[in-house]
Design a protein around this ligand. Structure first.
Ligand code: ARG
Length: 554
């Protein structure tokens, strides 16, 4: 359900979030730039491990500061912003990773604007751009254009959610404070809730509220929930994770990136900033990496000379390094020297919990789902939320004359594991079997014109998981990862390595967290090399003492 429709009389919501409400969008877009490093440091090589959106943003901004980013990428530039096209059909777009972006991701959208990408509404359940939504729960099917078309029990669920958010989480006050960027109020509200809710699961929070006393209500909520729906696979996660998403509009009014999400990191790679401290006009990450990014990193350690980064082909030393792979890679594929992090940061890395995620895509001759069934007067098929195997079916079209792309299934956690071992063709059989039950008259298979595409992030060699999801009791671990860029308290030999990525942020599974933690790392590198921010444009580390995430006792 698209909850909390935008009230245009209100200032817009942002994704900075209640834990560390720093306005990254202003910092990134400020005409004075992010800061400067001492002249004798200009051109200093800085390693950036991982070429996803976090690594590319970090590298781009380091370049703007006049440093020399050296990007290492084991797989494809873009990371989980991975767009595939169907073989033989160039230009078709199957978003294997990130696919929908909330307008509240204002820092991400700063970079989207910079590279001149267009966006369009993403066809989420019951969204204005979605012609038709079908909800299939417990064997019953409902057809809807807007939430009000659904049976009254859905309205009851929506009302119950509104009620628990208000009673248990000060929703209206937080919403107003985030819109006004009223940091003091945001902190006051959140600092009260963190100790109360860190040990509560999403499900526990619902089940202990009088508004969700009915099991049926909880079940339906798990299916249609808020925003993009289907969040019951998050039921075991910490309630704080859910509140961050809801408060910041992260699951609302999603946009798709026209041409594919991967174009954002790829275009930023080629983008020449207007003015940099050191590099000649026209310099881009692409021009600094004539042979493309360096290959997979195998080992990271410290030597007298700095941070040593090894690949199968050689090794180099850097004054600083930004590490953006999912942190669990530092425990396995990348042999990371123990003394680079304090013991409690290693514990936080070990405890990091990832959600699984799978998708299956098919290409069809045309968007047949828009055809109207004469008997019912409804489109023959719609965006579908189901409690059976496919979970979420998303329909994408470029007009009646072009092929259509169907995401026949998007699943998380256990629902993803159910298909993880199945090849794409077998997944297709499974999903079509379920869709035949929901749409008895529709022969989807006869429309398919290319082999299916699938992904399971937990079996991807350089990821092993889709995105972070903090479990109850994980606040302290998350805080250690996020605040690691503030290094004054670290031993000298532990300084100069900076973590970034959505799993280091407070919003796992959202590109905004990848981008904002990249900016934290850039601030950290600048500081580590003796640089500073302009007086008129203080950075996240400058703001840290005033707005640091609350510390919980041990
Ligand atoms: N942003 C991702 C999506 O729209 C999913 C992230 C959800 N996070 C979570 N904990 N379930 O599909």
């Amino acid at each position: 359900m698209t909850a909390f429709a935008a009230d245009l009389s209100e200032p817009p919501i942002t994704m900075f979030g209640p834990d560390f409400p720093f306005d990254y969008d202003r910092w990134a877009g400020h005409p004075d730039g992010l800061g400067s490093v001492p002249t004798d440091r200009l051109g200093t090589p800085v390693a950036v491990v991982g070429g996803g959106i976090s690594g590319v943003v970090a590298a781009y901004e380091l370049m703007r500061l006049g440093l020399r980013p050296v990007v290492f990428e084991a797989d494809q530039l873009g990371g989980r912003m991975r767009t595939a096209s169907f073989p033989g059909h160039p230009g078709t777009v199957a978003e294997l990773g990130a696919m929908r972006f909330p307008p509240s991701a204002t820092t991400l959208f700063h970079y989207v604007g910079l590279v001149g990408m267009e966006t369009r509404p993403f066809p989420n359940p019951l969204a204005p751009a979605t012609p038709h939504t079908v909800v299939d729960v417990n064997g019953a099917r409902h057809f809807a254009r807007v939430t009000e078309d659904l049976p009254t029990v859905y309205q009851e669920v929506y009302d119950a959610w509104t009620k628990v958010l208000e009673e248990g989480a000060d929703f209206a006050a937080m919403d107003a404070a985030i819109r006004r960027r009223n940091t003091a109020t945001i902190k006051a509200l959140w600092n009260r809730l963190v100790p109360l809710l860190d040990d509560r699961s999403f499900y526990g929070f619902l089940a202990s509220s009088s508004a969700f006393a009915s099991f049926r209500h909880r079940e339906i909520f798990g299916q249609v929930g808020f925003g993009s729906g289907g969040w019951d696979t998050d039921f075991p996660n910490s309630m704080l994770e859910i509140l961050r998403v809801v408060y910041t509009g992260a699951d609302d009014r999603h946009r798709a990136l026209v041409g594919g999400a991967q174009q954002l990191p790829l275009r930023l790679w080629r983008h020449a900033p207007g003015r940099t401290a050191h590099w000649p006009a026209g310099t881009s990450l692409a021009s600094l990496h004539p042979g493309g990014p360096r290959p997979a990193v195998t080992r990271i350690s410290r030597t007298g000379g700095g941070i040593r980064v090894e690949t199968a082909g050689g090794a180099a030393e850097f004054a600083a390094a930004v590490l953006t792979p999912q942190v669990r890679l530092l425990l396995s594929r990348i042999d990371t020297a123990e003394d680079l992090f304090p013991a409690d940061v290693w514990t936080a890395i070990e405890r990091t919990h990832y959600m699984g995620g799978s998708k299956l895509f098919a290409l069809v001759d045309r968007p047949f789902w828009r055809d109207v069934d004469e008997r019912t007067g409804r489109p023959v098929m719609g965006m579908t939320l189901t409690d059976r195997a496919p979970r979420g079916v998303y329909l994408f079209d470029d007009g009646a004359g072009a092929p259509g792309v169907m995401c026949l299934s998007y699943t998380w956690n256990d629902d993803s594991l159910k298909v993880a071992a199945l090849p794409a063709e077998e997944r297709l059989d499974v999903m079509l079997r379920h869709l035949r039950r929901i749409y008895p008259g529709v022969d989807i298979r006869s429309r398919i014109i290319a082999p299916p595409l699938s992904v399971t992030w937990e079996t991807e060699p350089h990821f092993m998981g889709a995105f972070k999801g903090n479990l109850p009791g994980h606040y302290r671990y998350q805080r250690r990862l996020f605040t690691h860029f503030m290094q004054d308290g670290l031993a000298g030999h532990q300084r100069g390595v900076f973590l970034a990525g959505d799993d280091v942020s407070w919003t796992g599974g959202f590109a905004e967290g990848a981008v904002t933690t990249a900016l934290n790392a850039v601030w950290g590198v600048m500081r580590h090399l003796g640089g500073r921010t302009p007086t008129a444009n203080p950075g996240p580390g400058d703001a840290f003492p005033a707005i640091a995430p609350i510390e919980l006792p041990y």
